[in-house]
Design a protein around this ligand. Structure first.
Ligand code: F6P
Length: 320
């Protein structure tokens, strides 16, 4: 019988991880299980940083950004001897199921643990929204709102000075944050893997805006694609638009989670416990599709590529 369940957060932190932790722990306790946390993600697991917790541990964390059990990246987890050591630690603690909240990297680590005989459940938590097995990750909604708040502020000053603002946002190699923010802000341009830069098209548009004496232009750019300072210089030269760059950086990962992220965290966290308790079901990854919480076998989920919202690119182009 399943008796002990542990939970960890791993990879880049995301708003809503605490709300999810709360849901997992409370749902486990509600079902009479002993609940444990692993500090410092997969690294803490290898170090055996495991502690039993009660309901008090989850008091007043639903609205807190970051993760109170901390997170870490551990590339060495790929090495078979490291994941085997982690699996043995879980066996020593007699943990029956491990719930991991994180992104792709975390899920690959969980999959390695599953291969070592541990039942694992993955919950997608990352601001990037780049996980193949789900339409939305915990943290994406909050990060998107944070970006919009920043862009609203930048619009004020851009407009006062008749400037073009190039704003770099996170997403690793996924353009969702850039594209959704562009749509939500009515931006003049977006540059990301799914919507690559066409310099001439952009310059033509900015020249036209300049000629029409438009007050400002906002261009969202995904990280890891190009040097925005170089692009800014080119824009100034080619279009005459005074141009400034902003890198929003890790600001996007902080802050109190939106209600949407908290509710998603609650639903996914509770699902992880119902899967944990079902002894007929093996290791799974949780997601959301068409509004429904789903779960898939882990070995299938880790192979999936993130699908982009149908028609989003066309919509951005039409409304720009
Ligand atoms: O995966 C989340 C994320 O914030 C990415 O958007 C970004 O590329 C990366 O983490 C940055 O990681 P770190 O804070 O570890 O440098």
């Amino acid at each position: 019988m399943i008796k002990k369940i542990a939970v960890l957060t791993s990879g880049g932190d995301a708003p809503g991880m605490n709300a999810c932790l709360r849901a997992v722990i409370r749902a486990g306790l509600y079902n009479g299980k002993d609940m444990y946390v692993v500090y410092d993600g997969l690294r803490g697991l290898v170090e055996g940083q495991i502690e039993q917790v009660n309901k008090d541990f989850t008091q007043d964390i639903i609205n807190r950004g970051g993760t109170i059990i901390r997170s870490a990246r551990l590339p060495e987890f790929k090495q078979p001897e490291v994941s085997e050591r982690a699996a043995n630690i879980l066996k020593d603690f007699e943990i029956d199921v491990l719930v991991g909240i994180g992104g792709d990297g975390t899920f690959r680590g969980l999959n390695d643990l599953a291969k070592n005989g541990i039942k694992v459940i993955g919950i997608p938590g990352t601001i990037d929204n780049d996980v193949g097995s789900t339409e939305q990750t915990i943290g994406f909604s909050t990060a998107l709102n944070t970006i919009c708040e920043c862009v609203d502020k930048l619009k004020d000053t851009s407009g006062s000075h008749q400037r073009c603002s190039l704003i770099e946002v996170m997403g690793r190699h996924c353009g969702d944050l850039a594209m959704y923010a562009a749509l939500a802000e009515g931006a003049e341009g977006v540059i990301c893997v799914e919507h690559p830069l066409k310099e001439e098209v952009l310059f033509r548009k900015l020249r036209k805006m300049k000629a029409q004496n438009k007050s400002h232009a906002i261009i969202l750019v995904s990280e890891n694609l190009l040097d925005i300072n170089e692009l800014a210089k080119k824009i100034e030269k080619e279009t005459g638009f005074d141009t400034r760059t902003e890198v929003l950086g890790r600001l996007q990962r902080g802050g109190s989670p939106t209600a949407e992220d908290r509710v998603l965290a609650a639903r996914m966290g509770a699902r992880s416990i119902s899967i944990a308790l079902d002894e007929k079901v093996g290791s799974r990854i949780i997601g959301i599709r068409a509004g429904k919480i789903i779960d898939l076998p882990i070995e299938e989920a880790v192979q999936m590529e993130h699908e982009h919202t149908h028609g989003l690119r066309d919509l951005i182009d039409m409304l720009q």
